[in-house]
Design a protein around this ligand. Structure first.
Ligand code: ATP
Ligand code: MN
Length: 463
């Protein structure tokens, strides 16, 4: 079916030509002058196309006048200049066909505004709402921006595995993958016999593609992964999902400073891209969701980020006049109240913190000479706190294996990871960014469940 996208009709602003549009009726109302106004949306943009349906159209009484919100239609007509407010063009209909009806007694999206909680219960229909439609267009644009940024810089897109045998990180938070009949699990010596399972060993859904990305960085240079990751953490918050998308670049021959430079450039690129390519949707968020989103993004794009060490940040926090819920003590991880205080009150801009205590960071981060800190960097932004976590990776074989042993991990599980430090080791660095968290930041949406098409959270996997 050849159709014209409503977004294209608005952006060209040409008039006098014939088009065929297809979409879903938002509203229809009768006008006293003997015609109907139909507001039509096809998902290509936020704005509805206004259709003028004259009552002398042949099917006016039996069809057109019965159209209600949710019905799908095919409309042929001529684009004309609009005198209405908020739109440049509208459509004078020559022919309107109803394709699919939506019984108003049952169609759940009748009202102009629904709560996000309610919309979550109809995940299959909520993309027809203004907000979810706008979120998904912004999400799409941000995905494009991410790929463009890395591709323009010559990074290779590597598809790291979803199913992994390495429970390298946070095993407690991992989902198990098995083909066992759960009512009849093979046993050996009173324990699950994983040798009889599909992979002959335990398997999990990945929590991060980083370790695998490192192997490709150390043969192909600069790479990135952008895919789904999974956490079985039972945290029912507005910032956690069980299934979320992560962007993870990894660069060979790269130290922490370059890693930071890349992270800052990356965020600015993505924000700039969205402001430029999703103007209407961003105006919508700025009006109805958070009145400061555009201003905040513009400010971040134009500012340098503040870079300081964790230790320097602790000194600032210790001297703060504000009382925090969580104690400020060297060696403790920062809570988002601390991160926000630094960004919002002290520096009034995004902040990059470096050189965290080794105890609160992952085993693979490169040790500093002080024996206490590692080459980590977190990018913190106002309102959210941490948005990116990265580091230079430990590239010294002995230091890495000692750290693995010190943490009572089994070096055998890391044999391939250790091999990278044995054969042609090189300084390398990378970072990880939770895609949904950035979408939240860009749109101002407060709940992470509303920035992914089908949220998976504790107790909810139905659809
Ligand atoms: P948090 O302390 O918020 O749980 P984390 O320290 O577990 O985060 P990392 O393991 O560093 O996070 O993961 C990298 C990035 O992935 C985080 O900076 C965050 O943006 C995102 N992220 C982590 N867990 C989740 C989750 N459950 N849902 C959505 N995004 C997440
Ligand atoms: Mn977590």
């Amino acid at each position: 079916m050849n159709r014209d996208r409503i977004a294209d009709i608005f952006s060209s602003e040409n008039t006098g030509h014939e088009v065929t549009v297809m979409g879903w009726v938002k509203t229809r109302r009768d006008s006293r002058g003997g015609f109907s106004f139909i507001e039509l949306n096809d998902g290509s943009c936020l704005k509805n196309l206004q259709i003028i349906a004259d009552s002398n159209l042949s099917n006016y009484t039996e069809e057109i006048s019965k159209l209600q919100s949710g019905c799908s239609v095919r409309i042929k007509g001529t684009v004309v200049k609009s005198s209405g407010k908020g739109q440049t063009v509208e459509l004078q209909a020559d022919k309107i066909e109803a394709l699919g009806w939506a019984d108003p007694d049952y169609y759940p999206l009748q009202k102009k505004r629904h709560s996000f909680e309610f919309l979550r219960t109809i995940a299959h229909l909520r993309p027809r709402s203004n907000t979810l439609g706008a979120v998904m267009r912004v999400r799409n644009a941000m995905s494009m921006a991410i790929h463009r940024f890395f591709q323009e810089k010559g990074f290779l897109y590597i598809h790291t595995p979803i199913i992994t045998g390495s429970d390298c990180e946070g095993a407690g938070e991992m989902f198990r993958v098995t083909s066992f009949d759960l009512d009849n699990i093979p046993q050996k010596n009173g324990k699950t016999d994983f040798e009889k399972d599909f992979f002959n060993s335990p398997a999990h859904l990945t929590v991060s593609g980083q370790l695998e990305a490192e192997t490709y960085a150390l043969s192909m240079g600069n790479v990135y992964t952008f895919g789904p990751t999974f956490r079985a953490e039972n945290s029912n918050t507005s910032r956690h999902l069980a299934e979320f998308w992560m962007v993870e670049p990894e660069m060979a021959f790269c130290g922490l400073e370059e890693d930071i430079t890349l992270a800052v450039e990356f965020l600015k690129y993505v924000f700039t891209y969205v402001l430029k390519n999703c103007e209407d949707d961003m105006q919508f968020f700025n009006r109805f969701i958070d009145k400061t989103v555009i201003e905040t993004l513009e400010r971040i794009i134009s500012q340098a980020f503040e870079v300081l060490t964790y230790t320097e940040a602790m000194e600032i926090l210790t001297k703060a006049s504000r009382k925090f819920d969580f104690p400020v003590k060297w060696g403790n991880d920062l809570q988002s109240e601390h991160e926000r205080y630094l960004c919002e009150t002290i520096f009034n801009r995004p902040v990059v913190l470096t050189d965290y205590p080794r105890e609160i960071k992952a085993f693979y981060m490169k040790a500093n000479n002080d024996g206490k800190t590692v080459r980590a960097m977190d990018v913190l932004v106002p309102k959210i706190g941490e948005i990116i976590g990265g580091s230079q990776r430990e590239d010294d074989y002995d230091t890495l294996i000692n750290r693995i042993k010190e943490l009572e991990l089994d070096p055998e599980n890391y044999w391939w990871y250790l091999d990278l430090r044995k054969f042609g080791s090189a300084p390398h660095s990378g970072f990880g960014l939770g895609f949904e968290r950035v979408i939240q930041f860009v749109t101002g949406m407060t709940n992470i469940r509303d920035v992914i098409p089908f949220p998976r959270t504790p107790g909810n996997v139905s659809f």
